[in-house]
Design a binder for this molecule. Structure first.
Ligand code: 7PJ
Length: 303
C-alpha cells in the first residue's frame, strides 16, 4: 500500500492547519536493515516460538521444518515481520544457554533469509543477536531494551531495527507484587531513557520501536491502564509495538484458556491500533490482518 505522503517522511509534513500533527506524519518509515517498512498503516508481526516450554505453541514448533512451515504460513497470511524466539520469557520460565538458543533459532533464520519480509530475533543475549544478524535477521526484539552494553554495541554496529521493551524484573520474579505510582508515566520515562541511550550509542531514531511490555511485571490493572493510555507513548515520537496476543490478561478478562483467546487477542490488537500502535505482535496473523482491513476501510485507507 502506498503512503499517503510519498515524499520522504522527514519532509512529508502536510498542511499544519488541516491535519493533526501525529508522530506518524513526522516519520513514517521504520528502517530495518535492507527493508524500509511503511508505517502509514498498522503492521503485523507474526510470532514463531521455537521453545519447548513456550506457553502457547511450544513443543509444536520444536522441529526446524515445522517452524519454517509456520513462518511461511504467517507470511502468506500477511505478516509484515516475523519474530523468531528461542527463549521463553513467560513468567516463571527458566533461562536457556547461548548455545541452546542458537541451535533453536539459527536454522530458522537461515531458512528464511530470502523472505520478502524482515525477520526479527526475540532475544536479550548479545551473542544470539550478533549471530542472528549475521544469518540475516533485520530486527532485534529485546525485552531487556538493550540494557546490556554488549547488546547495545551489537545493534549499533549493524543496520537492523530494534524494539525497546519495558519490563519490571525478570521472568522468574516479574509477577511478584509489581508496584507503580503511575504506570504510564514510569513506563514512558523508562522508554525515553532507553531511546536516549540508544541514540547516544549511534542507533538512529528511524531504527527504533518502543513497547510497553504488556504482562511483564504488570498487574491486570496496570496492563489495562497502559492499553487505555497507549497513545501517550506515541508522544515519544517512535512507533509503538503492542504485544497482547493470547496473554494472561486476556485469560483473566475472558476466562478462556490460552488456546481459546483468539477473539480476545484480535480485539486487543484492534484497540491497540486505534490507540496509535504502529505494530502489533500476534500469533494469529490471518485473523488480525482481516480485522485490520475492516478498521482501515472504515478509516478510509486503502487495504
Ligand atoms: C512480548 C515480546 C511483547 C515484545 C514476548 C508472549 C510472551 N516482545 N516477547 N513485546 N512478549 N516486543 O509472547 O506472550 O509483548 S514473549
Amino acid at each position: 500500500m502506498k503512503s499517503a505522503f510519498p515524499l520522504s517522511a522527514e519532509c512529508a509534513i502536510p498542511s499544519l492547519f488541516s491535519l493533526p500533527i501525529s508522530p506518524m506524519y513526522l516519520r513514517s518509515y521504520l528502517h530495518c536493515g535492507k527493508f524500509k517498512l511503511d508505517l502509514s498503516r498498522p503492521l503485523v508481526m507474526g510470532i514463531v516460538n521455537v521453545t519447548p516450554d513456550s506457553f502457547s505453541d511450544g513443543g509444536q514448533h520444536l522441529q526446524c521444518a515445522a517452524a519454517l512451515v509456520h513462518a511461511h504460513q504467517l507470511i502468506a497470511d500477511g505478516a509484515d515481520i516475523v519474530d523468531i524466539g528461542g527463549e521463553s520469557s513467560r513468567p516463571g520460565a527458566q533461562p536457556v544457554s547461548i548455545q541452546e538458543e542458537l541451535d533453536r533459532v539459527l536454522p530458522i533464520i537461515e531458512g528464511l533469509h530470502d523472505m520478502p519480509v524482515p525477520i526479527s530475533i526475540d532475544t536479550c543475549k548479545p551473542e544470539v543477536m550478533e549471530a542472528a544478524i549475521a544469518a540475516g535477521a533485520q530486527m532485534v526484539n529485546d525485552i531487556n531494551a538493550l540494557q546490556d552494553p554488549a547488546a547495545m554495541s551489537v545493534v549499533a554496529a549493524s543496520p537492523v531495527a530494534v524494539c525497546l521493551m519495558h519490563k519490571r524484573g525478570n521472568p522468574q520474579t516479574m509477577q511478584a507484587q509489581p508496584h507503580y505510582q503511575d504506570v504510564v508515566a514510569e513506563v514512558s520515562e523508562f522508554l525515553r531513557e532507553r531511546i536516549a541511550a540508544a541514540e547516544m550509542a549511534g542507533i538512529e531514531r528511524k531504527r527504533i520501536v518502543i513497547d510497553p511490555g504488556f504482562g511483564f511485571g504488570k498487574t491486570l490493572e496496570h496492563n489495562l491502564v497502559l492499553l487505555r493510555e497507549l497513545s501517550k507513548l506515541g508522544e515519544l515520537g517512535m512507533p509503538v509495538l503492542a504485544g497482547l496476543s493470547r496473554k494472561s490478561m486476556l485469560g483473566a478478562l475472558t476466562g478462556q484458556d490460552v488456546g481459546d483467546r483468539l477473539a480476545a487477542s484480535v480485539a486487543a490488537a484492534l484497540i491497540a491500533v486505534q490507540r496509535g500502535a504502529g505494530i502489533v505482535r500476534v500469533h494469529d496473523v490471518r485473523a488480525t490482518v482481516d480485522a485490520l482491513k475492516v478498521l482501515n476501510a472504515v478509516k478510509g485507507e486503502s487495504v
